[in-house]
Design a protein around this ligand. Structure first.
Ligand code: 3UK
Length: 520
């Protein structure tokens, strides 16, 4: 028994940074960022300085620190500097509106906000509404201190490079992420000290076969649970290296980064792969992706036409995998050398799944139901949301909110969010299936399918279509698309109406917001 009641000691900053120094990697480059190269030793120094500086301004164990940072070394330093002293970093999306930050700060009761200057400038007029913030730390090239804020650079310079981690345990809170969900307020998802290591071991090592020789580049940002693993704790946990890009990912700058830094593993989302393929086709430009050994996609189901075109263009597989903020990272995934186009692949060993009916009873293979998962990277719960916790965290099981079926060979096939499924003529229809079919049509760039009630109050599929550049929406095109689906799928699934739009409503992380189309 742990008589002192202090639990098994574990601190993620020790495991992800200090251990690399003990392994002799002090001189190795951990982070490539613009012109800069940050070695593991320099990273450890800065992490220690940041932790000491926080202590110096009176911040310690269990205090929350909101991180409003672009992808940069400062993001990683603030994250692990906080974790090392037991404070709890909360990285947030950098593309939100000022009132969203007011919500994050007041909901989390963060005592410290750390922000890049240009992001702070957007919200500083609201400072009087940040009820719990005592200190604002600003990262800026400009050394003149702004009013009432602390300069990140000066703070670091003044602090000692020696810091022992505070006593935390496997089960202490380590960090939070906000999950926006499709409706309602964002929920603070509480992750524990041991969660990152679980995802590292079971997904990065076992599925991606990552090791210290890898160099990762993630187009998805660090504030997203996906990017946090891809570009921070996977490479650091393995003694590998990461490339950080502060700008928003577009086909042009992503291709440029790949050619310049030559990563071995690349992480993106389906929309980006689609845009990159389209960019190459439109411009006729060629790019050298020969450094890459594997590409990963997550965030949304990856349409099979993208996988096939990418393979054709670059002889590279894209591994589609599904993860979530609550699960921390990917728990179902395709494998190197074993890609089933259009499926989410198989269970990542270390996780367990079941697909259940409305009563929670497990369903046999090939039947669509609600996907539940189990595994030790699953969050402890949501902050201050007891009812939502009960719905989502069911003992050992996490209710993903996704509809899936598993085939006889153990591959999982995504059928849509539980709340997006359509019942057409009494039969469940997956919007994803219709979308994937339409995406195979050469005129279609992006598509979202929702249910629309007709004059008899019956639900019928409706498709919102974004056409490829230069194509005109016409009546003939509409008829052709309907016909196209009718020929490929069971005829009752064809979209009864097609609406052409310029752009689909999306979350800042690139997920289509079907609920917005439903109300609109
Ligand atoms: C959907 C997918 C089909 C699905 C995430 C990788 O996306 C991530 O986390 P979020 O909390 O969203 C979770 C929800 O997104 N989804 C994600 N990936 C796929 N649907 N195929 C996929 N490959 O509805 C899921 O419940 O933003 C992804 C790693 C960490 C993550 N947090």
């Amino acid at each position: 028994m742990d008589v002192r009641g202090m639990g098994v000691p574990y601190n993620a900053a020790r495991a992800f940074i200090d251990e690399r120094i003990n392994e002799g990697l002090a001189q190795k480059v951990a982070i490539y960022y613009q012109g800069e190269q940050v070695t593991y030793r320099e990273l450890q120094d800065r992490v220690n300085q940041f932790g000491n500086a926080l202590k110096h301004i009176g911040v310690g164990i269990e205090s929350r620190i909101l991180i409003m940072c672009l992808d940069s070394p400062a993001f990683i330093v603030s994250f692990f500097g906080s974790v090392k002293i037991g404070a709890v970093p909360i990285p947030v999306n950098t593309m939100m509106q000022p009132s969203d930050y007011e919500y994050y700060l007041n909901n989390s009761r963060a005592k410290v906000l750390i922000a890049h200057q240009e992001l702070w400038d957007k919200i500083k007029h609201l400072r009087h509404r940040f009820l719990y913030v005592k200190h604002v730390i600003v990262i800026s090239e400009d050394e003149r201190p702004s009013e009432n804020v602390i300069s990140y650079n000066q703070l670091l310079e003044a602090a000692s490079r020696e810091l022992e981690p505070v006593h935390t345990t496997y089960d202490d809170s380590a960090f939070w992420l906000f999950s926006s969900g499709s409706t309602g307020n964002p929920k603070g998802v509480i992750h524990l000290q041991h969660d990152m290591e679980f995802a590292l071991t079971h997904y990065a090592k076992n599925v991606l076969k990552m090791n210290e020789h890898d160099l990762t580049f993630s187009a998805s940002k660090l504030f997203f649970a996906y990017g946090l693993g891809n570009a921070m704790y996977f490479p650091l946990g393995l003694g590998a290296s990461t490339i950080l890009m502060p700008e928003r990912a577009r086909p042009e700058n992503v291709f440029e980064m790949i050619e310049t830094y030559r990563p071995t593993v690349f992480f993106g989302v389906p929309t980006l792969y689609g845009a990159m393929i389209d960019y190459v086709q439109q411009t006729g430009r060629t790019f050298d992706l020969s450094s890459i050994r594997i590409c990963v996609s997550a965030g949304e189901a990856l349409p099979s036409p993208y996988i096939l075109k990418w393979k054709d263009m670059y002889q590279l597989d894209i591994l589609d995998g599904i993860g979530s903020t609550e699960a921390l990272h990917i728990f179902l995934s395709n494998r190197i050398g074993d890609v089933r186009e259009g499926s989410s692949g198989k269970i990542v060993p270390g996780y367990e799944t079941k697909i259940v009916d409305e009563l929670g009873q497990p369903l046999p293979a090939n039947e669509i139901g609600d996907l539940m998962i189990k595994g030790d990277s699953i969050a402890q719960g949501y902050w201050n949301l007891h009812e939502e916790c009960k719905q989502k965290f069911r003992g050992e099981w996490l209710a993903t909110g996704d509809k899936y079926y598993m085939d006889h060979e153990g591959y999982y096939w995504y059928c849509g969010r539980s709340d997006d499924m359509l019942k057409v003529g009494g039969i469940w229809v997956s919007p994803t299936e219709i979308e994937n079919c339409l995406l195979e049509h050469e005129a279609v760039l992006e598509v979202a399918v929702i249910g629309e009630s007709n004059e008899h109050d019956l639900v019928q599929p409706k498709a919102y279509v974004v056409l490829k550049k230069g194509l005109m929406p016409t009546g003939e095109m509409e008829a052709e698309l309907k016909d196209f689906v009718k020929k490929q799928l069971a005829p009752y699934k064809y979209p009864r109406s097609v609406e052409f739009i310029e752009e689909l409503p999306k979350t800042p992380t690139g997920k289509i917001q079907r609920f917005k189309l439903r109300v609109g």
